[in-house]
Design a protein around this ligand. Structure first.
Ligand code: PAF
Length: 280
């Protein structure tokens, strides 16, 4: 496995594999966990060369403290990536990626107007800036994204359609701890006590799937909101049940054949997201 930090080194490392190879890209912000490992394993299986980018992208953080506190663990990340068969780790500096300010403005309306887009203004524009740069630099055949960031996945698909990239976007299911907690780089910011509180999020979502079988969309939303709000420590930012393609809220289960509940909750200062499929 090669660790490269500049675009020139990336090109050299890619070229060393020879022409005509299928390239898979797994974009990450590091602090890797088993969820990332599952993306890399899938890419290794499906491609000749797997490139993993490790870059904490400043333009997608609308909160300076969040950017400052985001865990950075490159040595441990490289160990994990080596063990799952990644070929190239691209870990550039901010200057390498943004030698000058990226002023591009993307419009993914209406996908970016709801949920994360509403609560983290500018977030998806930053995601589109970095992902499009990585696509241009790595030129992958396939790119791998986790379904935990459900809205991000829809936006990336839209980015690919809008910019005409010939890249197959490969989604990978959420990976959970045995007790249900969705894996996230942010979990390592939780204290042991907070982790116990955080478990209530996935527990509520699983319970809501059973509840939803006999109740309306509005009742299911109330069920989740009440469960999170009555927990005591957690603070709900939003819970919405949306059409999985358009990301617009649904009123009735019959409105779509793909219904997904998306949630964001603060556990102390740590912002956690999760989602659950009611219909697919
Ligand atoms: O999902 C993430 O970790 C980031 O948003 C991504 C796609 C690597 C872009 O920085």
């Amino acid at each position: 496995m090669k660790l490269v930090k500049t675009i020139a080194e990336l090109n050299e490392a890619k070229a060393s594999f020879g022409d005509g190879k299928k390239v898979g890209l797994v974009p990450t912000m590091g602090a890797l966990h088993e969820g990332h490992a599952s993306l890399v394993r899938k890419s290794v299986k499906e491609n000749d060369v797997t490139v993993v980018s490790v870059f904490v992208n400043p333009t997608q953080f609308n909160d300076k403290n969040d950017l400052k506190n985001y865990p950075r663990t490159l040595d441990a990340d490289c160990e994990l990536l080596e063990s799952v068969g990644a070929d190239i780790v691209f870990a550039p500096s901010v200057e390498e990626i943004y030698p000058e300010e990226d002023t591009r403005v993307f419009d993914f309306s209406p996908l970016d107007k709801v949920m994360e887009g509403k609560y983290r203004p500018g977030h998806f524009n930053g995601v589109a800036q970095i992902v499009s740069k990585l696509f241009d630099m790595v030129e992958p055949d396939r790119a791998y994204f986790g379904e935990k960031d459900f809205q991000q996945l829809a936006i990336i698909r839209e980015l690919v359609a809008q910019e005409g990239y010939n890249i197959d976007i490969r989604p990978c299911p959420i990976v959970r701890e045995k007790d249900g907690l969705a894996l996230s780089s942010r979990n390592r910011l939780l204290s042991d006590e907070e982790r116990v509180h955080a478990l209530h999020i996935s527990k509520t979502l699983f319970e809501s799937r059973e509840f939803a079988e006999l109740h309306s969309v509005a009742e299911t939303i109330s069920f989740v909101e009440n469960s999170i709000n009555s927990e005591g420590y957690l603070r709900l930012e939003y819970f919405e049940i949306v059409d999985g393609y358009t990301l617009q809220p649904i009123k009735n289960w019959a409105d779509t054949d793909y219904a997904v509940g998306c949630i964001t909750v603060f556990c102390g200062n740590v912002r956690l997201i999760d989602n659950i499929k009611y219909k697919e």
